[in-house]
Design a binder for this molecule. Structure first.
Ligand SMILES: C[S@@+](CC[C@H](N)C(=O)[O-])C[C@H]1O[C@@H](n2cnc3c(N)ncnc32)[C@H](O)[C@@H]1O
Length: 383
C-alpha cells in the first residue's frame, strides 16, 4: 500500500521558533518545502526519503508520512475512514501500536477518544484480514499513527520517527535545565556555527551545546546515534537498504573537527555528566572540558564563537545574584573574548540587559513554553 518511491506529502514537526533552521536543513538535503507552519513544515518526498530525513535532521522532531486526508463528521465516520486503509499491508500483528491524536473539532470532546477509535479501526481491520492483532499502548518506540482533526478535516499520518528525534540517546543522566538537543542545534545554526571556527561554551551544564557542535563540525548525522525509529517496525522496512543508507551517511563524516570546542562549568558534577554524555555521543575526545567559573574559561585564539546559556532565574536562580552573573558575562566578553562573536541564550529578557553590551541581533526562540532570545554581541578587538 505504501509506494516507497512515490512523492507524497511529508510533515516534519519542530519546536516553536525553529522552522527557519529546519527549512534550511531540509532544503540543503534537496527537498522543496511546500508550506511552513508555526511548529513544522511540509515537503514533497517519498517514503524512502523519510529514512534519510530521520537520520540527518538536527532540528526536526518527527517525520510524518501522510497516509490519507478526509472530511469527518464524527467518531463513526472516523472509524470507517481509518478502517478502509489496508493496514494488514503496513503493520504485522506481531507489532505494538500507539496512536497520538491532536483534535480541535466540535465533533469530539476528548482526543484520547479519537485515538481509541483510530486504534480500534486499525486493529479490527488487521484481525479481520489476518486473524490476530498487534498489541497497543502509549509507548512510542514501535508503530506510531498520528491523527490531526481540525473542524471537519482529518489528516492521518504514520509517524516514521516514533520517539522525538531530539532523543539522540546520548544524554544518559539529567542535569539542571538542559537544552533540548534539537533546540541546541538550532541555536548553533543561528550563531552560524559550522565547525570552521573555535567554539567556547562556559556554563555548559550537561554539555548539549558542545556535543551538538561536535556533531555539526564532524558532519555526523545525529540519527547515526539511534538504533530505533518507528519506520523499522513497519512491514515495508528493508534492513539492507537502511544499512546502506547509514553506511553512505557515515562515510560523509569528518574524522576530526577543524576547530577547537571548549566547554566549562563551575559544577564538577555537571562536567562529569557532560563528559559521560559526550562519550555516549562519541565526541568526548573532541571537547576540552574545564571545571571553573565561566570567567576563567580558556578562550582559544582566533575569531570564534562564545556562547553561554545561564540560568534564567525563572525556575532556578536568585534574581540579585543572577544580575551580577549577567553583568560579569559582559565583562568576560569584553576582557577575554576580543575578536569573537558572543552569544547569550536566555529566557530572562530583563536580566539580559545586565550584560551591558550593545546587541547586534536578538533572535527569538522558545525553550518549551518560555520565550527566549539568543542575544548576539560583536566583540571587536581593542574594545
Ligand atoms: C541553564 S544551565 C546550562 C544548561 C546547558 N545548556 C545544558 O544543555 O545542559 C546553567 C549552568 O551554568 C552553571 N553555572 C552557574 N554559575 C556559573 C558560574 N559562575 N560559572 C560557571 N558555570 C556556572 C551551572 O552549574 C549550570 O550547569
Amino acid at each position: 500500500m505504501i509506494d516507497m518511491n512515490k512523492k507524497e506529502t511529508i510533515l516534519i514537526t519542530c519546536g516553536r521558533g525553529i522552522v527557519p533552521y529546519l527549512r534550511h536543513e531540509v532544503e540543503s538535503l534537496g527537498y522543496p518545502v511546500l508550506s511552513a507552519h508555526d511548529t513544522g513544515l511540509e515537503v514533497q518526498a517519498s517514503f524512502a526519503d523519510t529514512l534519510r530525513l530521520n537520520l540527518c535532521l538536527r532540528t526536526g522532531l518527527h517525520v510524518m508520512y501522510l497516509l490519507k486526508k478526509f472530511s469527518c463528521r464524527g467518531p463513526d465516520q472516523l472509524y470507517r475512514e481509518v478502517g478502509a486503509l489496508a493496514w494488514e499491508e503496513i503493520i504485522s500483528p506481531a507489532e505494538y501500536l500507539s496512536v497520538v491524536s491532536v483534535t480541535d473539532t466540535p465533533e469530539i470532546k476528548n482526543s484520547m477518544f479519537a485515538s481509541q477509535k483510530v486504534k480500534d479501526a486499525v486493529v479490527d481491520r488487521i484481525v479481520k484480514k489476518q486473524g490476530s492483532r498487534p498489541s497497543s499502548g502509549p509507548e512510542r518506540d514501535n508503530v506510531v499513527i498520528n491523527l490531526f482533526w481540525k473542524k471537519d478535516r482529518c489528516w492521518l499520518y504514520l509517524d516514521t520517527s516514533g520517539n522525538k528525534l531530539s532523543d539522540r540517546t546520548y544524554r544518559k543522566i539529567p542535569h539542571s535545565a538542559p537544552l533540548q538537543e534539537t533546540l541546541a542545534a538550532a541555536v548553533l545554526f543561528a550563531c552560524g556555527y559550522d565547525g570552521s571556527v573555535p567554539l567556547v561554551n562556559p556554563m555548559c551544564g550537561s554539555g548539549t551545546l558542545a556535543i551538538e557542535a561536535c556533531l555539526i563540525a564532524l558532519r555526523r548525522a545525529p540519527g547515526l546515534l539511534r538504533d530505533n525509529f518507528a519506520f523499522m517496525h513497519l512491514k515495508n522496512f528493508n534492513e539492507t537498504d537502511w544499512r546502506n543508507l547509514r553506511g553512505e551517511t557515515a562515510a560523509l563524516c569528518r574524522k576530526h573537527p577543524a576547530s577547537r570546542v571548549i566547554a566549562s562549568d563551575i559544577d564538577k558534577q555537571a562536567i562529569e555528566i557532560a563528559k559521560k554524555n559526550a562519550r555516549a555521543a562519541g565526541v568526548e575526545e573532541m571537547i576540552e572540558f574545564h571545571v571553573c567559573d565561566f570567567s576563567e574559561t580558556p578562550v582559544a585564539a582566533g575569531n570564534g564563537i562564545v556562547i553561554l546559556n545561564p540560568e534564567y532565574g525563572l525556575r532556578l536562580g536568585k534574581d540579585k545574584e543572577l544580575g551580577q552573573v549577567y553583568k560579569c558575562i559582559g565583562d568576560f566578553f569584553k576582557q577575554k573574548c576580543p575578536g569573537y562573536t558572543g552569544y547569550v541564550f536566555t529566557g530572562n529578557l530583563a536580566m539580559a540587559k545586565q550584560v551591558g553590551l550593545r546587541t547586534s541581533r536578538r533572535i527569538p526562540f522558545f525553550n518549551a513554553r518560555i520565550e527566549c532570545r539568543l542575544l548576539e554581541y560583536q566583540l571587536y578587538e581593542g574594545r
